[in-house]
Write a protein that binds this ligand. Structure first.
Ligand code: SF4
Ligand code: SF4
Length: 495
């Protein structure tokens, strides 16, 4: 791998920032990339397996509209059916099946599938993304506004949906499923209708979907990538005018996170466009300096890990109940009796028939607990990352401190991925006996720590650190992954 020779350009606040300015007189890039220099880990041609996969995908492309239509119909039946059917065993079974399909099957499988198939779920199966693209075709097609292009938008979207899902009981109640999934579906339609110039743009998927960023970050760990056959130097750029529904400037694509694998850009017989490449798991993260690292993704890794941990721990730890009692008594002593009354059902679970009625105290406690755990873990991970970046600088690593902070931050990606699987895909483990589930969780976390250490080693190598110095600098990052794994101990002990 070629070591970095200059300070690393890292996009922080804006959607895209070219690695270097190569714009020609008409605003178009005129410099063709040197593949070996600009994309050192990308083979020039896809191998036989990659070309066969391309051929299969191209073969099924004409049928995608039917797949999308079927998925939209299935999705609507799943979230609306249990509510419109009269109370009956059929309605109950549908609700039960829907719950299991979403949390036991869909989430874990979609989540893990990004490692082997990239965001194929998004491009081939997702009803929300497809519907958003359809309405874009007949919509107003306005330019995507700056507030929507803000890199923090999908982070906020993810946090709001994750926390709301906990307070309304999205895993238990069909009404909550309709609110959360139906609400995001409507939002996807509105954004799709309003924004995105061109044909079937997916502004929702690129900028606002609560799980788009999640899938995007972890697709960087995946073994599938689409790369330009004739790459142009200058780093990733945003283009609303081109073919790509997620506004990727195709010739300058160096990162996989925004690619939803729709395959619009793949033409095997053509000398241009993009081609499918297979790579080692984690290759993009190990060489992240060449693949448009962004601070918002590192923030997301920290915050999402923390919020999913908080969402698990408030149900598992007795300390939560103690704190709830203490704060409740304290509030009642001050005459704040409203805190013991329940609020609107769209904000919190109000289900007397199931003997679960949240009051305002529960609402604020759940939010406060999840946000508190999230901030505490984020602060700890950030401090360890800052220590790594500082020591790396003292030992002669390349780049500025803030750039190293972003690049090194990616090493917790595997631990964050397993955290989200444990927190949001918890139903998957209920398929196994408790002892087996504990072993699987422990093995997943151990694997994530090991993979994170390997990625950290490679990342530090790309910063020109070697030998004993590299091993010393690796330590705080290893502690960060171990800290995440240790925080999940109650999930392991609980089976
Ligand atoms: S980004 Fe979200 S809405 Fe878009 S296709 Fe992926 S999961 Fe579906
Ligand atoms: S890069 Fe190609 S496959 Fe990926 S989203 Fe854009 S057009 Fe679709």
């Amino acid at each position: 791998m070629r070591p970095m020779t200059a300070s690393i350009s890292v996009a922080v606040a804006t959607e895209t920032r070219p690695h270097c300015n190569v714009a020609g007189p008409r605003g178009k890039s005129v410099m063709t990339a040197d593949r070996t220099r600009d994309f050192p880990d990308v083979p020039p041609r896809g191998g036989t397996v990659a070309r066969r996969i391309e051929a299969v995908v191209i073969g099924i492309r004409p049928f995608l509209p039917y797949v999308h239509a079927g998925m939209v119909a299935f999705f609507v039946v799943l979230i609306v059916g249990p509510l419109i059917l009269p109370p009956s065993p059929l309605a109950q079974n549908l609700a039960h099946a829907g719950n299991w399909l979403i949390w036991g099957l869909w989430f874990p499988l979609v989540f893990l599938s990004v490692v082997v198939a990239g965001r194929t779920w998004c491009g081939v199966f997702c009803p929300m993304g497809a519907a958003s693209a359809w309405v874009n075709r007949i919509g107003l097609q306005r330019p995507v506004p700056g507030w929507l292009r803000w890199e923090g938008a999908p982070i906020v979207s993810f946090l709001v949906i994750t926390i709301l899902g906990q307070t309304v009981g999205v895993r238990e109640y069909p009404g909550a499923v309709l609110e959360v999934f139906g609400g995001t579906f409507v939002a996807a339609l509105i954004i799709g209708f309003l924004y995105g110039r061109g044909r079937e743009k997916r502004a929702w998927c690129r900028h606002a979907c609560p799980i788009g960023l999640l899938l995007g970050v972890f697709s960087r760990l995946g073994i599938v990538d689409l790369v330009p056959k004739r790459p142009v130097a200058g780093g990733d750029a945003y283009s609303e005018r081109g073919l790509c529904p997620t506004m990727i400037d195709l010739k300058r694509k160096t990162e996989s996170r925004h690619c939803v694998m729709c395959m619009h850009c793949v033409q095997p017989q053509s000398a241009g466009g993009l081609g499918l490449r297979l790579r080692a798991p984690g290759a993009e993260v190990a060489n992240i300096a060449h693949h448009h690292p962004v601070a918002s993704e590192v923030w997301f890794l920290y915050l999402a890990t923390g919020v999913s941990l908080g969402g698990f721990l408030w149900l598992a730890l007795p300390q939560y109940q103690w704190l709830r009692q203490t704060l409740g008594a304290w509030a009642i002593d001050r005459g704040w009796t409203w805190i013991g009354t329940s609020g609107p059902a769209w904000l919190m679970a109000v289900h007397p028939e199931a003997r679960e009625v949240f009051v305002w105290l529960d609402f604020f406690m759940i939010i406060g607990w999840m946000v508190g755990v999230m901030l505490a873990l984020t602060a700890a991970l950030l401090a360890l990352n800052a220590l790594t970046s500082w020591i790396a600088g003292r030992f002669g690593a390349t780049g500025r401190f803030q750039d190293r902070l972003v690049i090194i931050g990616y090493q917790v990606a595997p631990a964050a991925m397993v955290s989200l699987l444990l927190g949001l895909g918890v139903e998957l483990f209920t398929l196994f006996p408790p002892g087996t589930a504990s072993v699987l969780k422990l093995a997943s976390l151990a694997f994530a720590v090991g993979w994170g250490a390997w990625l950290g080693w490679r990342i530090l190598g790309s910063l020109r650190l070697d030998g004993l110095r590299r091993a010393i600098v690796l330590l705080p990052g290893l502690v960060a992954s171990l800290l995440i794994a240790a925080a999940w101990w109650p999930a392991i002990a609980g089976g």
